[in-house]
Design a protein around this ligand. Structure first.
Ligand code: GLN
Length: 542
């Protein structure tokens, strides 16, 4: 019998529901139980693929090519799962299938309604994830805030699931902000009380409440939350500002949340083991050393745009017992004030992330040039990889004005060009080269040393690629393409072997990076940065 845990949020969004949901999963995993997670995004888009990362944060890519909400990234990083498109539900996907069924005649003769047709579709999708993935528990996180108009059908569906699946098989977790007033230093539970009331109005009585607060709640606040929430005090927990988000499962488990959930759902387990997780959390909290990374990007104002990348850098850091301090630099600033690129000399590493369109590309190219010429460790991902090719073509191969046709369609040297299968595609949703693809690595390369095997599968999200017409020219000047697609026609990794660390990939290693299992390219980069800082060229860290 699969058990269902539903996580809702109150007061305001971005209160840490994704981390809480992942942490509940971790508490279950530490007890040998198997969870999976569904994220509900009540927006009308079919997926996150067409949304601007500046407004919504990054688009997370799954092995099966889903362009999903970034919370799936948190679930994967915490729980080391490989989730699928079906683990992300939106109003768009739900309505699309209901409407397709209506057109098909599946509801012939009937009036198609939100209850029961849309709610049935939602429930079936949640249950199917449970059936398809051989798990003990399906965690479902409802995005947005309780009371949002677009969230109502989803809340109604999870309300019905209590009736259908039974009290002993379902659990409602509500998380809400408990702010502390600057003036009096007092913890305020009123907003939380209101969001619990809103939830009840819809017919859901939470079984447990998590107060998200800057500080651990005091006994008085806990009593109040229990009283107004109509739950025992033993069912109230607090997630305060932790040193790192990876500490949250430990913080909550110490308060007894894991035991509470297992008792309440009748989940049996023999023992509990957080030791490996704890080891990496300790490495993050008590590092041996510290490095500074310049992330030269286009969406630098919203760090959620780069969350998987940031976390992969931190995972690399934890594996090297190194604190990774990231500065998010706007690439355009290097265009406005070209000399300012020399500020990169203050950093131990330069990182150029993914991106789309022309804005900021010249600034990124200037940063890559600076890193290459000054032998500052460099890692480029996707656009970062493509821009490294352009920089090398221009400044080493002498191909003046070389570019990507994405940036300048008239360039005399289109070293990066649209993939042939992308020509003629007008539709924007889910049409890039997406998801896990096979990459073959050359032996005796940095890529092979890092990944430790010849064949790897890494996730992709792009339309452009290295133009094969320029491979020889680039190779002649020393740029090594050490990873390729299985037919050898698609360049996947590049490196400059005589540099301290200079590596870039067309794929996105960050999507498969986990705490304790860092993406090899990110780990290698951090190791390179630390070694350079410590002055040991061939030092190995682990
Ligand atoms: N804009 C580039 C492309 O579409 C790179 C995409 C990316 O960085 N994810 O190929």
């Amino acid at each position: 019998m699969v058990k269902y845990i539903f996580v809702t949020g109150g007061v305001l969004s971005s209160v840490g529901k994704g981390i809480l949901t992942s942490s509940i999963g971790k508490m279950l995993q530490a007890r040998g139980l198997k969870p999976t997670v569904v994220k509900i995004d009540p927006y009308v888009n079919i997926d996150a693929g067409t949304m601007n990362p500046y407004m919504h944060g990054e688009v997370f890519v799954t092995d099966d090519g889903g362009e999903t909400d970034l919370d799936l990234g948190w679930y994967e990083r915490f729980l080391d799962l490989s989730l699928k498109q079906e683990n992300n539900l939106t109003t768009g996907t739900v309505y699309r299938s209901v409407i397709e069924k209506e057109r098909h005649g599946d509801f012939l003769g009937r009036c198609v309604q939100i209850v029961p047709h849309v709610t049935n579709e939602i429930k079936n999708r949640i249950k199917n994830v449970g059936k398809n993935s051989d798990v003990d528990v399906v965690l479902t996180e409802v995005g947005g805030t309780v009371g949002d108009i677009e969230g109502l059908p989803f809340l109604e569906a999870i309300r019905q699931m209590r009736v259908e699946e039974g009290y002993e098989n379902t659990l409602y977790v509500h998380v809400a902000l408990v702010p502390i007033l600057d003036v009096t230093g007092e913890m305020k539970t009123k907003p939380l009380q209101h969001s619990v009331n809103e939830l009840r109005r819809i017919g859901i009585q939470p079984d447990t409440i998590v107060a998200r607060s800057p500080k651990m709640i005091d006994a008085e606040t806990l009593r109040k939350i229990a009283l107004f929430g109509t739950i025992p005090e033993s069912a109230v927990f607090c997630s305060d500002n932790a040193e790192t988000v990876y500490e949250v499962p430990l913080v909550l488990d110490n308060q007894g949340m894991g035991d509470f959930i297992c008792r309440r759902l009748g989940l049996k387990y023999k023992s509990k083991d957080f030791s490996t997780w704890q080891k990496y959390v300790d490495a993050m909290i008590n590092p041996d050393t510290e490095i500074k990374i310049a992330l030269v990007g286009k969406y630098a104002g919203l760090t959620d745009s780069y969350v998987s990348m940031t976390e992969a850098l931190r995972h690399g850091g934890a594996a090297c017992r190194t604190k990774v301090c990231i500065s998010y630099l706007e690439a355009e600033n290097f265009e406005r004030v070209p000399e300012s690129v020399s500020e990169l000399s203050k950093y131990d590493g330069v990182f150029v992330p993914y991106g789309f369109g022309p804005r900021g590309t010249e600034g990124k190219i200037a940063a890559i040039k600076y890193a290459r010429e000054n032998d500052i460790p460099f890692l480029g991902i996707c656009y970062g990889f493509q821009l490294a090719v352009i920089e090398f073509a221009r400044n080493v191969c002498g191909l003046t004005d070389a570019n990507s046709t994405e940036i300048n369609p008239e360039t005399p040297y289109p070293v990066i060009d649209l993939m042939p299968e992308q020509r003629g595609i007008e539709i924007k949703g889910a049409t890039m080269r997406l998801g896990a693809h096979k990459v073959v690595l050359k032996k005796d390369s940095l890529a092979y040393e890092l990944f430790g095997q010849e064949v790897i599968y890494e996730r992709h999200r792009h339309r452009f690629e290295v133009n094969l017409d320029y491979i020889e020219a680039l190779k002649d000047k020393g740029l090594s393409f050490t990873g390729k697609s299985s037919d050898g026609r698609r360049m996947e990794t590049l490196e400059l072997p005589d540099k301290f660390f200079y590596f870039a990939s067309q794929f996105h290693g960050e999507f498969k990076s986990r705490l304790g299992k860092p993406s090899p390219e990110y780990y290698g980069f951090i190791r390179g940065c630390v070694n350079r800082k410590l002055g040991n060229r061939n030092g190995s860290l682990s």
